[in-house]
Design a protein around this ligand. Structure first.
Ligand code: HQG
Length: 180
């Protein structure tokens, strides 16, 4: 499977496992899972035929390990806009986490903190390099440090997805460092 097809399949899976399952007539269960055979039948019906071997390949080589397979079911590990409960256990975060954004968002982030916007959670990265790549999707990246240790001590709950992305409901501005 060439790189272009791998990326195309990954984007297709992200779209339907995170955002618009109804578009191809599938339903995610409460925890975001869909049986793989149901998904493959739906892709065939929707002019995007995909074999089990191709799906397994994309899951295995995906650059960010975006998808998890368990008991012949698949789900996106994070990034949802449809309401799913990933049923992740609360986790103790490292002292600092990072968020990549862009300059024009800073004014509102300074006043209201980080909000999940369309997604179910605010997404935080464990290191600056990853956060820089996240911000760079939208323009010139700006990386904010999040005082995750202090937030956790103040009672905020954190989760870590199967692919190492940290999730929390929101980050109030007092826990953000705009420069370090
Ligand atoms: C910004 C990708 C104004 C926030 C990535 C971001 C990640 C605010 C945008 C994952 C704000 C939301 C998620 C506020 C936050 N005012 N702007 N109060 N609070 N924002 O895409 O974190 O490759 O929903 O800074 O790698 O960029 O798709 O979130 O710019 O892990 O697997 O609002 O998606 O993963 O954008 O990215 P997003 P994100 P994949």
């Amino acid at each position: 499977m060439d790189e272009r097809r791998t990326v195309k399949v990954s984007k297709y899976l992200s779209k339907h496992l995170r955002h618009q399952p109804e578009r191809i007539g599938i339903t995610l269960d409460a925890n975001g899972w869909v049986p793989i055979d149901t998904l493959l039948r739906a892709t065939a019906r929707n002019n995007f035929p995909l074999t089990r071997a191709e799906l397994d390949h994309v899951v295995a080589v995906n650059d960010k390990q975006r998808f998890a397979v368990e008991n012949d079911r698949i789900r996106a590990s994070q990034g949802h806009t449809v309401p799913v409960d990933l049923a992740l256990p609360p986790a103790e975060p490292p002292a600092y986490l990072y968020h990549g954004t862009v300059g024009h968002a800073l004014g509102s982030i300074r006043s209201e903190g980080l909000r999940p916007m369309d997604r179910t959670h605010v997404h935080l990265s464990p290191d600056r390099e990853t956060a820089t790549r996240v911000g760079a999707r939208r323009g010139r990246p700006v990386v904010l440090s999040v005082d995750a240790g202090a937030m956790h001590r103040a009672g905020h709950t954190f989760y870590v997805s199967a692919n190492g992305v940290w999730l929390t409901a929101a980050v109030p501005p007092e826990f953000l460092r705009f420069r370090d």
